[in-house]
Design a binder for this molecule. Sequence first.
Ligand code: PEP
Length: 253
Amino acid sequence: MRNKVVIGNWKMNKDNEDALSLIIEILYQNKSLIDLPEIGIAPPAIYLSHFTEKLKNTNIYLVSQNAYFKDNGAFTGEISFSMLNSIGVKYCILGHSERRQFFNETDAEIALKVKQSIKCKVLPVFCCGESKDQRQNDSYFNVIKTQLENSLFKLSKEDFLNVTIAYEPVWAIGTGLTASANQAQEMHAFIRNEIKKAYNSEVAEEIRILYGGSVNAKNAEELFACNDVDGGLVGGSSLNAIDFFEIIKAARS
Ligand code: PEP
């Protein structure tokens, strides 16, 4: 059975003092609860190293929001997957729509990042999703299929098993619009079937597919109850420890 995971993506938010307060509140909320799903926190990269200490011996894993696909070298401003691994980062979000939109990341570049991430033993959380236009003109299944084929399906089966997928319809990210439980389930089942075709049904059953796009304390339970929704990638609502933990509780099995 797939265990659920909820990852909070802080994006480019929180100065040092606020970031510290939030992580302390998160640890406090976490303390009294049992049977929690896997929890990940993706703070801005500048805090990762410091948070390693804070999250030591807890059930909360560190997640990076990005990294570069080269081993090392003259790439000013970038961080490598091996650096992430060396400080104990477990996951890295890749292919987020904001990276695609504002930093021109292509499917091909994301494919290189996914490969390098696995090579360096940092587990990729691969984001895919369609725009509002693509949803409205009914090309959304094809869009997702192409993203999967271009960035993931060239991996060997062994490598692919390291991947977590996050379906994040771009029209739902940060907009307050959420995919309905039916829309989410429909797409997650489609993705699982594409995995089955590319690999096999055992692999398809093992891969976790998270939903992301305006998940909040009110809609999380219905979304996470869907058969093929294995947790969430949460942006805005992860910036408040109480809201974030309401979402985490909704993912308890
Ligand atoms: C995200 O950025 O991955 C995300 C899902 O954001 P939000 O929850 O704010 O829509």
